[in-house]
Design a protein around this ligand. Structure first.
Ligand SMILES: NC(=O)c1ccc[n+]([C@@H]2O[C@H](COP(=O)([O-])OP(=O)(O)OC[C@H]3O[C@@H](n4cnc5c(N)ncnc54)[C@H](OP(=O)(O)O)[C@@H]3O)[C@@H](O)[C@H]2O)c1
Length: 331
């Protein structure tokens, strides 16, 4: 499956945080026909400022991911489909089924159905560490890997609907792929950081923003580690371009406690009131530097998380989401 950059590919949710970086990466790699599906009325104008972007290389399709016909129009003629669109919020939804679960699951099925119908060679599904954890049945001495699945009953009993939505969506995808002979590969990014290409603030950069502003949220259910969004985009393209790739790929620059991350942020930004957590924020989580072994083995080299953090902070400041300097609680 040698990739040809003149083949059309489709990125759903291509104007979001990860989606915009994926479009940027595809253009940089010389892809000349990139279809981008966006929620109807959603702003995609920033994509046309990317190097290599023009009305010849980018085609924007308005498609609610729940509208199978609109999704099909975006996917038609594409040999590769990168499914990224899915509600990404850690806020408690009022109607979890309608706001999170349905768009995640039915949206994925609509994309896969279109990919199968138009003969796409491969679908790269953007799953999440949230389809791997929380999994309280996982042995505490064992490093999390791609064989772990989120415990749905545990999440439902705690009203943690985002992991439920990502887990059900991925399970539906594997089921569809098996029944329809469709080539699907899944990537499981941890908390993604890096410069915002899109105008709005996304949920994972908001985790860092909140931490810098003194949040005491432990991210107990939503954390394994962090990764530069540019590495996620590179990995997505790598998974499309590597014929032998298959199954699930954890994408994180290490596994460690959120409390360790907060300590590192506090040292990097001593003028911000970063909370220092005592004890484990993810009870029993075992550290591992090279947790994304499957991607490392494919040749992916991860950017240091400190770089991702610095670049996120600069971007948050430049966009006005973060004031230039906060006063530390201790000062
Ligand atoms: N960021 C992370 O740390 C992280 C980690 C692991 C996995 N992921 C996954 O990566 C994907 C992208 O997340 P992100 O961080 O880039 O967040 P994001 O910026 O919020 O992107 C989500 C995208 O999905 C679109 N979308 C949501 N509901 C839709 C619908 N019903 N119809 C059409 N489009 C819809 C959004 O469009 P609008 O903005 O116009 O609504 C947006 O373009 C998601 O699947 C998420 O689960 C993210």
């Amino acid at each position: 499956m040698a990739s040809s950059s003149s083949e059309a590919v489709c990125v759903t949710g291509g104007n979001g945080f990860i989606g915009s970086w994926l479009v940027k990466t595809l253009l940089e790699r010389g892809y000349t026909r990139v279809h981008v599906s966006v929620y109807p009325g959603s702003d995609a104008s920033h994509l046309f400022s990317l190097p290599g972007a023009s009305s010849a290389t980018l085609a924007v399709f308005e498609a609610d991911i729940l509208d199978a016909g609109a999704v099909a129009r975006a996917v038609e003629n594409c040999k590769g489909v990168f499914h990224v669109a899915s509600p990404c919020t850690l806020e408690d939804p009022e109607d979890p089924q309608a706001e999170l679960v349905l768009p995640a699951v039915q949206g994925t099925l609509n994309v896969l159905q279109a990919a199968a119908r138009f003969g796409a060679r491969r679908v790269v599904l953007t799953s999440s560490i949230s389809a791997m954890v929380p999994n309280p049945g996982w042995p505490s001495h064992k490093v999390f890997d791609e064989t772990s699945w989120t415990d749905l009953d545990y999440c439902k009993s705690r009203q943690k609907w985002y992991p439920v939505s990502k887990t059900l969506a991925e399970k539906a995808a594997w089921d569809f792929a098996e029944k329809n002979g469709l080539d699907v590969v899944a990537i499981h990014p941890a908390t993604c950081l890096g410069p915002l290409l899109q105008p709005g603030l996304n949920a994972s950069c908001a985790v860092l923003l909140n931490l810098l502003q003194g949040s005491k949220d432990t991210q107990e259910y939503h954390w394994l580690g962090a990764v530069h969004v540019k590495d996620v985009a590179k990995a997505q393209v790598l998974l499309f371009e590597t014929p032998a790739a298959s199954g699930r790929y954890l994408c994180t620059n290490g596994i460690y406690q959120f409390s360790d991350f907060a300590d590192r942020i506090s040292k990097l930004f001593p003028h911000f009131p970063v909370h220092r957590f005592s004890g484990e924020t993810q009870p029993g989580l075992k550290d591992c530097k090279d947790a994304a072994k499957r991607l490392i083995d494919l040749g992916l080299v991860f950017v240091p998380v400190e770089d991702a953090v610095q670049e996120t902070v600069e971007s948050l400041k430049a966009r006005g989401f973060l004031k230039q300097e906060e006063t530390s609680q201790s000062s």
